[in-house]
Design a protein around this ligand. Structure first.
Ligand code: AMP
Length: 238
């Protein structure tokens, strides 16, 4: 099973991916998260993309696709080792047509395909409010909001104890650019997946727990076998 979470910045993809992945046995593939880790570790890739990232521009497709391929190989290895991995949960990828085609090809080479695309709908005014107050853990990437979902201790991650900070690209200018790119390049991808009957829409303007349940229900409707993967005990983090 391979699922894409699709929605504009601030729609809650990262928050929901962190909750749904463990619940359905899916490994999160969050390209933004992978880029943040590369920037923090000052790897060659990190140094190359930092300025683009801070401005809110997209990282070039070849670099992004290469990173996703590495992640897919890692998931395949874990699956082969019998580590209970049921597939990938994409968050922030694909973001344009080129990436969507590359993802289809990469999955086809592995005799797999996209099984569902969940569109998370949130009104624009709410997106902006969420992004302005968003904070993330520098270490594990957990997502918080100063008002709607604060960590228990100020500035400290509930999950790993890491430092909780504002993202470099959550400035007003970068947010405007990122939303523009989303509506111009990413949203049109929904038609690409709709043609294949893969898209389910979920109202994301509700409490975090309600959105999680709606997404799990949507995926389960598309992929009845996902039901069997639903763990009754997991999924209560973040
Ligand atoms: P996100 O955390 O998904 O909002 O991504 C943060 C930033 O990482 C974006 O503004 C881009 O600079 C970069 N990025 C993340 N995913 C992609 C992608 N699929 N393609 C190109 N750039 C990306």
């Amino acid at each position: 099973m391979n699922v894409i979470l699709m929605g504009p910045q601030g729609s809650g993809k990262g928050t929901q991916a962190g909750r749904i992945g463990p619940r359905l046995g899916l490994t999160q593939v969050a390209t933004g998260e992978l880029f943040r880790a590369a920037i923090a570790a000052r790897t060659g890739l990190g140094r190359r993309i930092k300025d683009l990232y801070d401005r809110g521009d997209l990282v070039p497709d070849d670099l992004t696709i290469g990173l996703v391929e590495e992640k897919l190989d890692e998931i395949d290895r874990e699956r082969d080792l019998g580590e209970g991995v049921g597939g990938a949960l994409f968050d922030g990828f694909p973001r344009n047509r080129e990436q969507a085609k590359a993802l289809d090809a990469a999955l086809a080479r592995r005799e797999q395909a996209i099984t569902a695309v969940v569109r998370i709908d949130v009104p624009l005014a709410m997106l902006v409010a969420r992004l302005a107050g968003r904070r993330v853990c520098k270490r594990c990437g957990a997502v918080y909001h100063v008002e709607f979902n604060p960590p228990r201790a100020d500035g400290v991650c509930d999950r790993c104890g890491g430092e909780v900070v504002q993202r470099e690209d959550d400035t007003a200018e970068a947010v405007t650019k990122r939303l523009e790119i989303y509506f111009k390049q990413t949203e049109p991808l929904l038609a690409y997946y709709e043609e294949r009957g893969l898209v389910a829409a979920v109202d994301g303007d509700r409490p975090i727990e309600a959105v999680t349940e709606a997404i799990v229900a949507a995926i389960t409707r598309h992929v009845p076998s996902a039901n069997a993967a639903v763990s009754p005990t997991a999924g209560e983090q973040g």
